[in-house]
Design a protein around this ligand. Sequence first.
Ligand SMILES: Nc1nc2c(ncn2[C@@H]2O[C@H](COP(=O)(O)OP(=O)(O)O)[C@@H](O)[C@H]2O)c(=O)[nH]1
Ligand SMILES: [Mg+2]
Length: 306
Amino acid sequence: MSTNESSKIALLGLAAAGKTSYLEVLQQEFRALYDIKATIGVDRNKIRILGSDLYIYDYGGQQLYREDYLKNPSKYLSQIDLMLYFVDVQDMENLDNSVEYYKNLFKLPEIQTIDPEKIIIFIHKMDPEIKSDPRIRSRVKKIKENFNAIKKAQYYETSINDYWSIIFSFSGAFRKIRKIAEVLNKILKEFSRATFSSGVVLVDTNFLILDIHASNEENLKITDEGFQQFVGIWAKQAAEGNPPEKLQTELKGGKGYFQKFKYEDEEYYIMAYSRNPRTEKLILEKLPELANRIFEILMGFYFDED
Ligand SMILES: Nc1nc2c(ncn2[C@@H]2O[C@H](COP(=O)(O)OP(=O)(O)O)[C@@H](O)[C@H]2O)c(=O)[nH]1
Ligand SMILES: [Mg+2]
């Protein structure tokens, strides 16, 4: 898809909140994320998804930089399409500072004019072992109260030690700025429902997970692992000169069905995971239909639905 759409995503928050680490995890996961230019205090990255460019600005959070951004908002903070604000859930000592910075940001017209739907707060360093600790839960509540009092936002709980939290938060954020991603999400869900599958995943040429949908966390893991497995098998056969268009394999508790399709120069991959052998026929029938639908969406047909 060749739109010329591009978006600016701002990662903001205090120093050491975990912004750069979050970006590094994305970088490892998505080969398509490039560090394009480091400027003083602001590091610029580019990622190409579904034919359009996302520029991710990582704003250094040291006090000196923060003051500079607040004093020169037009230089640093203009034209932000999506704002991701990082709060460290493990550092309550600095909560007031973080709230203060958020508040000061919202005094600026550059920030006030961002669509409220496109402001997301990352309650970060929510490591798996502390996630359900009652003290941490009450911190989360407190964080939300404090930030909502300034400007109501959406929240994700994230940790670099929880791969899924990164994938989910990023694809959730991406859906906020790309209607096509929202449309893809809907049709994957529809497919899941219609085929009684436990998981379905759509991945692009760069192995960027465009969307993943599963009935629970365990199925999500199996779907993801199954997909990695498929990619391995597929790559091996491709190296031998006969890349398959379709594959099936046994996965934990069920079976996976893999299909590849091409759109322009890009390859896309879909995998459905099912725990019920009786749905096999249905899945084999619907998978090519799903590939077709996605193909049409990529061609821009989805605009007709408005
Ligand atoms: N426990 C934990 N530590 C994290 C997490 N994310 C980042 N950190 C650590 O927090 C520190 C600051 O992270 P950094 O990404 O440099 O913060 P930045 O200043 O906002 O860019 C580093 O030591 C990271 O390893 C996380 O999810 N969990
Ligand atoms: Mg940093």
